[in-house]
Design a protein around this ligand. Sequence first.
Ligand code: WT7
Length: 641
Amino acid sequence: MDAISPPATHQNAHAKAEDYHALYRQSAEEPDAFWLKQAERLHWFVPPTRAGDWSFDPVDIKWYEDGTLNLCHNAVDRHVEERHGDQTAIIFEPDDPADEARHISYDELKREVVAMANALKALGVKKGDRVTLYMPMIPEGAYAMLACARIGAVHSVVFGGFSPEALAGRITDCGSRFVITADAGKRGSKTVPLKANVDAALAQDGVDVDAVLVVKHVGSDVDWTEGRDHWLHDKVSDAACPCEPMAAEDPLFILYTSGSTGKPKGVLHTTGGYGVWTATTFHYVFDYQPGEIYWCTADIGWVTGHSYIVYGPLMNRATSLMFEGVPSYPDASRFWAVVEKHKVNLFYTAPTAIRALMREGDAPVQKHDRSSLRVLGSVGEPINPEAWRWYYEVVGESRCAVVDTWWQTETGGIMITTLPNAHAMKPGSAGKPFFGIQPQLVDNDGGVLEGATEGNLCITASWPGQARTVYGDHERFIQTYFSTYKGKYFTGDGCRRDEDGYYWITGRVDDVINVSGHRMGTAEVESALVLHDKVCEAAVVGYPHDIKGQGIYCYVTLNAGEESSDDLCAELRAHVRKEIGPIATPDHLHFTPGLPKTRSGKIMRRILRKIAENDYGALGDTSTLADPSVVDELIETRQNR
Ligand code: WT7
């Protein structure tokens, strides 16, 4: 694949090619000096005297340990103190384009965050307490995160698309006693009953909180539990509420993410390192210039929203656009209508959205002026070269830099990417390691692979934004990330490195699938399915899906006496949505009398993946199967034809 030179239209770029090489070398050779220098981007109450202090064996990760700071101060107060209070911090674009957009200045942001922080204090929230957020994509979601950070509470944002069951699990796992939500949210003309979902979550056995703080947003009717539920507007106050000085290693947030086994893990990020990492990566990767309008289309319920809607942009005093709606409402030109309306310069979205919009043709894009655009970002899953080219050529008129940013919930921020103006771009390749990142490709036995090669992607040295632990289960943190290849952080991704040192992520090599950029453990969907009283056994695999990247293919065996039917199919779909949420809805349900197993009873997923991919000609060795005839039956009845 030919490399595409960086567009020549950039002025004042933060990093040129030479700078990248020099900075990268320095970050590798003198990490302490490099990361102490980068830490100067932030305001510290007590500046740190050293940067990294970490080990991957045993696993103990600390950065900037003797420094104290507050990220709300860095994202809000600091800009007001430096006389930028009248600059727009957040532009809010509502779901319905007929509703008015809001421009929230840094002054106003500070007032709102202080007001909400006071409300939290009035409810009894203290430093170190966990607070669960279940919010629509409205500025109050960002206020709530920043209000927690301000008083030293640990936020745990749960995506508003998760079901009450999933929410309940995430409330109890971290022992959260407080929930912040809204009456409802809006997404593409639909109303999401957030408060009712919280009520349903809290109605479950063993789930209990002290207080629910409710933002009035849609104005819909809600049930009310006196003593527990409080409207935000009844609790706010403008009393002084100083930013709590936090030790660099004090927890900032927990965010649940799926793995290949068990229930979702509460990935824990701390204050100083995460702050430096998101501030630094945002600065370089988006090449942010003062006054520019930046828009990341993610939801604050995912790490992308944490790092690149809230913390990274606001700590850089950017103007960050928050969009409540969806790309298809009222029609497929909405993204570009918003770009034109707010003169967006930097735009960050997911391949699944790009592919869905590409299918609608060029006209919806071309009817809007996109001349403000300068950098186009992609995140969440591998972007196929065809979608990359459409993004670059049609959306960006072949004059914008495209940054394909590889990272994970656990990495806190961007790890592999090209930098605008500094690197040539290769469609489909994430590019080069960011400063301080030392990728390594290993074979299945852990043997290090050099040069142009393909293998399992590990990172050999810590970086400031790295997750520190799994909340309440450090052993699981060690097991999941540092035990497959001892002494290395294993990402779970497969990857190719080409002769130019560019990295090409090939996708997960574990039992995690990526559906529309949402990460999901196949085990979670299986657990949900077997909870249904008619289901005996389930095996779930991913298969290539044109729009979603991967689709969810479920093999299901039923209990004796149960019959498969269209009704049961619909029932199981609804059941999975109820247990996890709409993002986990199965695409294919394949009822089968049996699953291919080895003689020791292990399900042969490799075979199930092949059949789901409709690639059953190359099933490989099936001789270890207990009953090979199961496979013929599965091929015969396959769903994804
Ligand atoms: C997994 C992490 C990073 C924030 C959103 C997802 C996949 C992510 C890319 C990319 C290829 C990518 C990986 C990774 N992924 N970005 N640019 N190219 N794959 O965060 O939910 O923690 O998922 O998403 O497989 O491991 P996440």
